[in-house]
Every structure is written in structure tokens, then in C-alpha cells.
Design a protein around this ligand. Structure first.
Ligand SMILES: [Mn+2]
Length: 393
């Protein structure tokens, strides 16, 4: 497998060539590149992704972030998904694949990195930007710790804002190249950044949000203060979201008619009010039962993208899937999408050729037993593949 990888960063080539996946866990900055070829599978994707430029290329953004909610472990997901072979799987579908390590997301002063987490350097010993073994000149900066007090009800607001600002930049950079950003979370607060980044390149993009939850609480309406329940309200610019530090970089970029939900089944009172008040289209599990997933996806597309002429950002929370299919996630809710319903959504969106950005969020490899983790990680990988054009035949 390593023969088909080209490590582009000379600074860290030695450690990466030795074992790119293990070094990913140890947080050395590096870059993996994998090219499609006939012997691996396809030389180009099944569908033409009409808004991308040049050879079909995906830029994977791995963001090991758990600050938008209370449970650690969701920050381990990018490494897990990459270790499961995602880079090679996508290049076998005909994509050029670039993957950047996530060091910059950890190098944030407000980040209370859990010492037990393999997604994080150990405090006081590890260094940033290539690490001590690479001999990098900029490798001497130690982790700074700054307090991140609640602002109103919002928990870890400075950290969530700072990480999302970086995610927005990276997603935009990838999109500007004409590539497709595939963001591996991390908790779903990261969609503030991913959608902002996508919208910077494609102002008319619509958003398809697949989730058990609406994630549309505002900083005023949230009960828990966990910002992974709030990203959509920030994107829409709802009441209470014009608040520092977010307002310093995050501009409302989404209109209520540009988003559609699929898979909802755990929506709290204030969220129901917000959905109604703004006339936001949502297909709950009730609608999936009533119409079937094929019709639901068609109706969802007819609402946000009637002529299939607009770019689509897909933000997929794996808790949309039933807990039987994706058990290792922070807020599982029974009665979710079956394995096939969940994958049908991604297949149907790939088929439109309109996808320009994809998020796979809320896989938490620290929850439940190894077989549950394996199932959930495999589901995350297969959703990513199906979004990029993998078909059953
Ligand atoms: Mn979510």
C-alpha cells in the first residue's frame, strides 16, 4: 500500500514513509497523496462532478475536534477513518486524493487536549509543526493554555470559533482549487467552518443536512450550551449568533430556503419553533417511512436544487443512521436510517454531479466495544465512498 503513496513533505518524509498511519496518530504534520490507476480500480469517478476543475481531486480535511460537545473520543475519528484505508479507497474510485494531517487544529491556545487522547500530543513533551524528530525549526512552540470561559450559555466558544475559522480556511482553499473538500470530524459544530468555506467558493451552494438532530439551536435557545447543536443557526445568522468571537469571522452565508434536512427524529421545542418560523424544509424519519428514501431525496433536491443546477454541500452526521448501523456516536437516537437508506442518500447525491463538499461527522471511536467501533468507522468510510461515486454495480 505504501508504494502507491507519495509523501510530498520532505521535512517529514522519513517518519511518514516508515509508517504514515501510525505517525498520523502521533500528530506529525504530513501530507499523503494517492493517485488513481487502472490496477487500483478506476482511473476516473463513476460520475462527472460538474462543478470541480481538472482531474477529479478530493482534499481530505481531518479535524480531530470534540470541543462542540461533552464527550471526548470524537476527535479520534479522522485518524481512524484514514487508518481504515479511506485514502486508497477513494483513489480506487478514480480520485486523486490529498490528505493533510491535523496538527494545526490542535495547535490552538484554547485547546484543552485530553492527555489520554492519541489525537493529541502529550502536554509538555510533544512539540508542534513537524515534531521534535523532524528537526523542524518551528518545532519548539509548546502548547499554550488559555481559559475559555462560557459566553452566555455557550461552552468553549473561543475554541469552537478558532477551530472553525481554520476549517473554513482549509475547506475554502481546497474548493478554490476546484477540488472537493471531504471533511472528517470531529463533532458537528465543525459545519460552521465547512459550510462557510464552501459558500465562500460557491455562494449559491445549497446544503443537505443528514442528521437525527436539527443542530439549529441558537446561543440563546440552547439548553446544553454544546455548540455542536448550534451550527445551522450561526450559518443562517439567527438571533444571538452575532456574538464575539464568532462574529469576527463567521458571516451568515445561508438562506433558510437553501437548507434541507433528512433523517430528523430528535428535535427539541425551540428548534421546532425555529424550523417553523423560518419555513425550513425538513424530512424526518416519519417522511422516510411514509414516502420511502428515494422519494424523500427527490423532494429534498426539488426544494433546494430544483434544476440540479446548483452546487451541493452534504453535511452528514452518522447519528442519522440507526444505532444498529452506526452505534459509536455521541448522541445516538433509535429509529434511524437503515444502512441502505443512509447510503442511498449519498449515492443519489453523487449521481446528480452537483456535490462540491462533503462532511462525515460524529464518528466516536472511543464509544462502545471494538465491533461497534469497527461498524461505525466502516459506515463512515462507505458513506464517503458512496458520496464520491461508489456504486453497487
Ligand atoms: Mn449533527
Amino acid at each position: 500500500m505504501s508504494a502507491i503513496r507519495k509523501i510530498l513533505s520532505p521535512l517529514t518524509a522519513r517518519t511518514c514513509l516508515a509508517s504514515p498511519i501510525r505517525r498520523a496518530g502521533a500528530n506529525r504534520s504530513f501530507h499523503i497523496y494517492s493517485k488513481p490507476s487502472a490496477e487500483k480500480g478506476r482511473t476516473e469517478p463513476q460520475y462527472r462532478f460538474k462543478f470541480l476543475k481538472g482531474a477529479p481531486t478530493v482534499g481530505i480535511v481531518g479535524c480531530p475536534f470534540s470541543g462542540g460537545q461533552g464527550r471526548t473520543g470524537v476527535d479520534l475519528a479522522p485518524n481512524k477513518l484514514i487508518s481504515a484505508g479511506l485514502v486508497d479507497q477513494l483513489s480506487a474510485l478514480g480520485w486523486e486524493v490529498h490528505y493533510n494531517s491535523q496538527q494545526k487544529y490542535i495547535d490552538i491556545p484554547y485547546n484543552p487536549i485530553p492527555a489520554s487522547s492519541p489525537a493529541a500530543p502529550s502536554e509538555g513533551t510533544e512539540t508542534f509543526n513537524g515534531g521534535s524528530t523532524s528537526g523542524s525549526g518551528s518545532a519548539d512552540k509548546k502548547i499554550q493554555r488559555l481559559p475559555d470561559e462560557d459566553i452566555g450559555k455557550m461552552k468553549k466558544p473561543r475554541l469552537v470559533s478558532a477551530v472553525n475559522q481554520k476549517v473554513a480556511q482549509e475547506v475554502e482553499e481546497i474548493a478554490q482549487k476546484g477540488w472537493l473538500p471531504l471533511t472528517l470530524g470531529g463533532d458537528h459544530s465543525l459545519a460552521m467552518g465547512t459550510v462557510s468555506g464552501t459558500k465562500a467558493k460557491y455562494p449559491d451552494a445549497c446544503l443537505i443536512w443528514v442528521d437525527a438532530h436539527a443542530d439549529i439551536n441558537t446561543p440563546l435557545s440552547t439548553d446544553s450550551g454544546n455548540l455542536h447543536g448550534c451550527p445551522v443557526s450561526f450559518l443562517l445568522g439567527l438571533e444571538g449568533t452575532d456574538v464575539s468571537p464568532f462574529s469576527e469571522w463567521l458571516k451568515p452565508c445561508l438562506k433558510p430556503e437553501e437548507i434541507v434536512y433528512i433523517g430528523l427524529r430528535d428535535v427539541d421545542g425551540p428548534e421546532k419553533e425555529i424550523l417553523k418560523k423560518h419555513g425550513i424544509k425538513a424530512f424526518s424519519m416519519h417522511h422516510v417511512d411514509k414516502y420511502g428514501i428515494g422519494k424523500v431525496v427527490e423532494m429534498a433536491l426539488d426544494h433546494v436544487n430544483p434544476d440540479r443546477s446548483k452546487p451541493i454541500h452534504l453535511s452528514y452526521d452518522v447519528d442519522a443512521l440507526d444505532p444498529i448501523v452506526a452505534p459509536s456516536t455521541g448522541t445516538p437516537v433509535r429509529g434511524g436510517l437503515t444502512f441502505r437508506e443512509g447510503h442511498y442518500i449519498t449515492e443519489a447525491l453523487a449521481e446528480t454531479g452537483c456535490l462540491v463538499s462533503v462532511d462525515i461527522m460524529e464518528v466516536n471511536p472511543a464509544l462502545l466495544d471494538p465491533s461497534s467501533v469497527e461498524k461505525t468507522v466502516a459506515a463512515g468510510c462507505s458513506l464517503a465512498r458512496a458520496s464520491l461515486g461508489e456504486t453497487l454495480l
